[in-house]
Ligand binder design. Sequence first.
Ligand code: SF4
Ligand code: SF4
Length: 483
Amino acid sequence: MSDKIPTRDVTPPVEHHSPDGSVQQGTVQQEMYAKRRHIYVREIKGVFQRLRRASNWLLMLGFFLLPWVPWGDRPAIWFDLPGREFHIFAATFYPQEFMLLSWLLIICAFGLFFITVFAGRVWCGYTCPQSVWTFLFIWLEHRLEGSRNRRIKLDQQALSADKLWRKGAKHSLWLLIALATGVTFVGYFTPIRQLVIDLPTLQAHGWSYFWVGFFLVFTYLNAGWLREQVCIYMCPYARFQSVMFDRDTLIVSYDAARGEPRGARKKSLSHAEAREAGHGDCIDCDLCVQVCPTGIDIRDGLQYECITCAACIDACDSVMDRMGYPRGLVRYTTENALEGKPSRILRPRLMGYLAVLLVMISVFAWAVSDRMPLGFEVERERTQLYQMTRDGRLSNVYVLTVRNLDDQDHRYQLTAEGLPDLAMDTDRIEVPAGATRRAIVQITIDPEVIDLPSHPITLRIEADDHPDIALERDTRFIGEIRR
Ligand code: SF4
Ligand code: SF4
């Protein structure tokens, strides 16, 4: 018996045409990995590019400026990991409140889900940091090395003084932006005003240097070199977003019914004349491909590489304007609309997602606004059920844990209720802002008032300066019945 499974070559034969005119059958070996083709993105102006640029600048300004905004004597946004405090403007959160963070992350994920069902990968084209930084790097490249055609020529040229300074200036500026990105990122975790003094004077923490260096390299490589490769091969969202689409999702599409048969024609032909001559509206100018940051041809249909940046829409609209044809050969539309079927953007499924998202946001906003900046736990001392004091009173001991989740120090008043004549050896606990204090408290009572072996009682703490910062915990008082 053979120990190998028999195999046969199923590569389809191809025909080789020899110079003498004869035709031979053969096979082709295909590379498993396609070689990367450098994409020289052509700059284009238009409505969607203005929208995208506005969104990019807004997000970038927010990212770079926020760590500099002061709030009292601290930064307004400061994720203080060693101090275990997370400051966001007036609010300070602590690790105990990580449920809120989880809730926020769920809302973000659901928000992304909703946006994708509504308008495909619009997040990628307009707001994703990878796209935002890549577009900034390409914008700089254009300013320093010139238009698409000049950049192609420059790359083909031998090294010259002109090429050297242009390339040198470009990479220096890229590195400068990458450095600013790294410093800003670390500035969310270490007060940035001090960080920018400590970094050059070598006074900063070792981890600060590590993370600044990491984000410098990461930004420079991702936005300068890898670019569309990140979107196509590295981003998991690109892989699963297609399962969220439906036939009414807004996607950037080429209207093949209107555009085909594509082809060049005399510019003097009017739209009607071109139609009569059997031309579709696509003049096959290739501009939509040249402006595409991922290098695809939208006329090949919906592709997972498309980041919905709409550069091809602006490019094609500018061509349609020049030709005197109606705009919208490439446009945001739905699969149903393209096929001439009824299409509903505001469909029940989308409205359902929106309703769920709004409920989640409302619950989160309520939880944040209603959050009590105080944690209070009570545990009975377990080694002894009860004791008798020298003056003949019954005593129970409790371990109290008080967490001040506010951004200011508080003194709390402690009271006990549930039985007459309860007395405590401690009635005040001071806890600095953000700190946790454990206190051992003895509660005593006249044994004559006990008529059950275990009585429910309530312990309450209340901030002296803020009566609304208060919490109660139920526990039990244990003793022996004397009556
Ligand atoms: S830009 Fe418009 S006209 Fe030009 S090739 Fe693309 S789809 Fe055709
Ligand atoms: S196909 Fe159009 S929308 Fe998609 S990435 Fe390319 S230019 Fe942007």
